[in-house]
Design a binder for this molecule. Structure first.
Ligand code: PLP
Length: 434
């Protein structure tokens, strides 16, 4: 029998607990490097200029499209999808989206992660469902596999991984095992450990892979290493489950950041992808994401996809009925318009460029201070996060003494650093490491 008294108190989510503690801290030089959200050089959230532009457009007010050319005294405007929306539908309504989401969003989301030239698309080997951001996509994938996967129902995640992976899979009854990933010695990839674990895992296990900018370590395999990983996965008939939350955010180049996924699809793997637009569009709270199922080349591939799509629709209907519109409308407008797309790429370069610069400065400052240890991993690692190597006691000490907030595994969000606080931060690290 259910008894409310018997419901035990669950621990607070450690990350969101940290956010609360940071907000309550009144110290004037406090630094937040805990949350994986981009901040500008003044430590403020950054609304991407391209998103601002599309927001105005979607509000029905419209914005003066930038004139492209002046021809014989006439102004020539870019004819864009954005322009079309504005002319045809100035007052967008708030009706339900289709169960699988906005088609102009999901189709472009697939092109973005698979590459627009991917043969999987014209061969109808892909089905895509709009989800509640990346979390919803991982969940829908996990739920789908819990119902229909006929291999070993066990998922192997990297040690460490994004903490939510563990509960998302275990909540749908898929046990979670780990493969070694991070080497404490080199602060880089434990490639041998990873390969050994993939080789030892039971045949046809589910292997969760971070497509780029691994969270929390910032350590990614090289393309050659990805090729070896693919060979191993093929040998053991494992099932790849890609999580992509940082495309374009890692290197600033969308095509570099989807290289692993593209390689696996080129190799003909059947796989799934959970895709988030939270980070690369700065749309964290709008929950724009997508789940993709890609099947291998086969004469009956499109029938497989149709059947899978029908089951995904049933799962989606019972969970959320239909996904939210606003974030997906923004993303879709950008992805469907070459001019806005180019602006988005520029915004991505601004974000990734600032983070790469902060990596360089932090490493230089620690080396200048002669902080014990090696600091090359700060610039070797990629994306939003760096695994500093700080121990839990050091993390607690730096919080207490310097009001610097990071997760207890020593992960820092590089976006929390800026030209105003990086000197203070480096000195605080130096002090606790000594
Ligand atoms: N996957 C990874 C590896 C992440 O780091 C995140 C966010 O931190 C997500 C998925 C999902 O994020 P969201 O649900 O906000 O899109």
């Amino acid at each position: 029998n259910f008894s409310a008294e018997a419901v035990p108190q669950a621990p607070e989510d450690p990350l969101f607990g940290l956010v609360r503690a940071f907000k309550a801290d009144q110290h004037p030089t406090k630094v937040d490097v805990s949350v994986g959200a981009y901040r500008d050089n003044t430590a403020k959230p950054w609304v991407l200029p391209v998103v601002k532009k599309v927001r105005t457009l979607l509000s029905g007010i419209g914005f003066p499209l930038a004139p492209l050319l002046h021809v014989c005294g006439h102004t020539v405007y870019a004819i864009s999808v954005a322009d079309e929306i504005l002319r045809n539908d100035p007052n967008l309504d708030h009706e339900y989206a289709p169960i699988a989401g906005i088609a102009s969003f999901t189709s472009k989301a697939a092109e973005l992660i698979l590459g627009s030239g991917s043969p999987a698309i014209p061969e109808k080997r892909v089905t895509s469902v709009q989800t509640i951001s990346g979390t919803g996509a991982v969940h829908l994938g996990a739920l789908f596999l819990s119902r229909f996967f006929t291999g070993t129902k066990k998922v192997y995640v990297s040690n460490p991984t994004w903490v939510n992976h563990n509960q998302i899979f275990s909540n749908v009854g898929i046990p979670v095992a780990q493969y070694p990933y991070f080497s404490k010695q080199t602060k880089g990839l434990d490639f041998d450990g990873m390969k050994a674990a993939l080789a030892e895992a039971p045949e046809r296990s589910i292997i969760l892979l971070h497509a780029c900018a691994h969270n929390p370590t910032g350590v990614d395999p090289t393309l050659d290493q990805w090729k070896e990983i693919a060979t191993l996965i093929r040998q053991k008939n494992h099932f790849p489950f890609f999580d992509t939350a940082y495309q374009g955010f890692a290197t600033g180049d969308l095509k570099k950041d989807n290289a692993a996924v593209r390689y696996f699809v080129e190799q003909g793997f059947e796989l799934v992808i959970a895709q988030s637009f939270a980070k690369n569009f700065g749309l964290y709270g709008e929950r724009a994401g997508c789940f993709h199922f890609v099947t291998s080349p086969a004469p009956d591939a499109s029938e497989t996809v149709t059947r899978v799509a029908s089951q995904l629709a049933i799962l989606q209907r019972s969970e959320i009925s239909n996904p939210p519109l606003y974030g997906a409308r923004i993303v879709s407008t950008v992805l469907n318009d070459p001019q806005l797309f180019a602006e988005w790429e520029e915004n991505l370069r601004t974000m990734s460029g600032r983070i790469i610069e902060m990596r360089k400065v932090l490493r230089a400052k620690l080396e200048e201070l002669g902080t014990p240890g090696t600091w090359n991993h700060i610039t070797d690692q990629i994306g939003m996060f760096s695994f500093t190597g700080l121990t839990e006691p050091q993390v607690l000490k730096i919080r207490e003494e310097a009001h610097v907030y990071m997760t207890k595994n020593g992960r820092i969000s590089m976006a929390g650093l800026n030209t105003n606080n990086i000197d203070y931060f480096a000195k605080a690290v130096d002090k606790v490491v000594r």
